[in-house]
Design a binder for this molecule. Structure first.
Ligand SMILES: *Cc1c(COP(=O)(O)O)cnc(C)c1O
Length: 421
């Protein structure tokens, strides 16, 4: 009996000693999310992420087996719906665990390797990112750099194509950074095809907000993220390869150094229900719901809603007395760039509108502008009224001279004139 107490004693002793010897990294004391997040979420009217519909939020809270029949059915529907949204009949539609940039890197790293001739049309921050990714895989990259808020002329492009004879051409459909729309995308593809180049298009902010017909326009790769036009969550993206692009991926002899982004490995999951890496199941379910809502609305109606809302917002902003940053000829509708008077900085405006009016808008990488998104759920009338009002009040609060009633009236007039209330 007396013996029995000894081990217990010693165990208690050991436990006490372990507890007393502090771990090298001590346990932190942090605030719960409820005390960090605002009581009412801010209205997300920046350049993404954008508000998500309830069905998307609900799906995002579910975890299921990443392999198996249920997931296989979800994946199958995601691919079918993505083909409609991309307007392609290509089999080679895949999802990517990662931001829009991961889809971009999947396109670049699978199609280019050391020595590949790439021509990147650069008219802003995101098109420059694609060129940088191509350089990093060792490609020989030529860039066609546009001045801020300019689009490439087809003659200039044709000369560059002749001179550099690229195997791959990269271009951004809508340059979110300076709100430039490469509206001649179809012609850019045509010119690139004269030397047989494959064309990679970044449609992160534009997909499902304005027409883009992958097959009919002859595009070889389209990439998109979740958190912009599609109104899903950030972190799960989509990519589609044409047959010609897929053939290049399949026939390459140098393996892709990005194992996670290797399209052939990804095919195992997205087409053969096999394992590559554990898919972000909740995010894929969220994307499924976002795509389903696009299909329910139809692309035609969705494009019309985006155009009507964006043009109304633009007319409201101009009536406030502010200038739009990008000339009409190449102005993007998916994100609206607003030039600020010299007396206020983008940071002042973004901070003030967020704190005082609970509306989130964006600056832009050092440009003297603020940006208001018109992607997915951002294109709703009640959001527009709240945003124009909050922007107008913010400018007044900061001492800038704007005509707030005129801005709200112009918004209303433009929406009424466009009909479909
Ligand atoms: C936002 C955006 C990206 C980058 O997407 P991430 O999800 O931030 O990686 C790329 N291209 C365009 C046109 C964008 O608008």
């Amino acid at each position: 009996m007396t013996d029995n107490t000894r081990p217990t004693d010693s165990l208690t002793h050991q436990r006490a000693a372990a507890a007393a010897a502090a771990l090298p990294v001590s346990c932190p004391s942090v605030d719960p999310l409820t005390s960090i997040l605002p009581e009412e979420p801010l209205l997300m009217m920046g350049a993404g992420p954008v508000p998500i519909p309830d069905a998307v939020a609900k799906a995002n809270s579910v975890v299921i087996n990443h392999l198996g029949d249920t997931m296989a059915r979800v994946i199958d529907q995601v691919k079918t719906m993505a083909r409609y949204v991309f307007q392609t009949r290509s089999n080679w539609v895949l999802g990517v665990a990662g931001p829009g940039s991961a889809a971009m890197e999947m396109a670049v790293s699978n199609l280019a390797w050391p020595g590949t001739r790439v021509l990147s049309i650069v008219n802003g921050f995101f098109s420059a990112r694609m060129a940088e990714m191509a350089r990093r895989v060792g490609a020989e990259v030529a860039t066609l750099e546009m001045a801020d808020r300019e689009i490439v002329s087809l003659d200039t492009l044709a000369q560059a194509i002749e001179r550099t004879r690229p195997e791959i051409v990269t271009v951004v459909h809508g340059e979110t950074s300076n709100t430039v729309w490469n509206r001649q995308l179809q012609d850019i593809v045509r010119v690139a095809k004269t030397v047989g180049a494959l064309v990679v298009v970044d449609a992160v902010c534009t997909l499902s907000t304005m027409p883009l017909d992958m097959d009919a326009w002859g595009i070889d790769v389209v990439i998109t993220g979740g958190q912009k036009g599609l109104s899903s969550i950030p972190g799960v993206s989509l990519i589609a390869f044409s047959d010609a692009a897929w053939e290049r991926v399949r026939e390459r002899t140098v393996p892709n150094t990005h194992w996670c982004l290797d399209a052939i490995l990804a095919e195992n999951f997205w087409h053969n229900a096999g394992y590559h890496y554990t898919a972000p199941v909740s995010g894929v379910l969220a994307l499924h719901e976002a795509l389903r809502l696009v299909c329910t609305e139809t692309l035609e109606k969705r494009f019309a809603r985006h155009q009507r809302c964006s043009l109304a917002l633009q007319s409201g902003v101009m009536a406030l007395g502010l200038e739009l940053y990008t000339p009409e000829a190449c102005r993007l509708n998916s994100v609206v760039g607003i030039a600020l008077p010299a007396s206020v900085t983008p940071r002042d405006v973004c901070n003030h509108i967020s704190r005082q009016y609970q509306v989130e808008i964006a600056g832009s990488f050092g440009l003297p502008i603020v940006r208001i998104g018109q992607m997915g759920e951002q294109c709703r009338e009640h959001h527009l009224f709240r945003t124009v009002h909050a922007l107008g009040r913010t400018m007044c609060d900061l001492g800038a001279d704007v005509d707030l009633p005129a801005g709200v009236a112009a918004l209303e007039e433009s929406l009424s004139a466009a009909g479909h209330r």
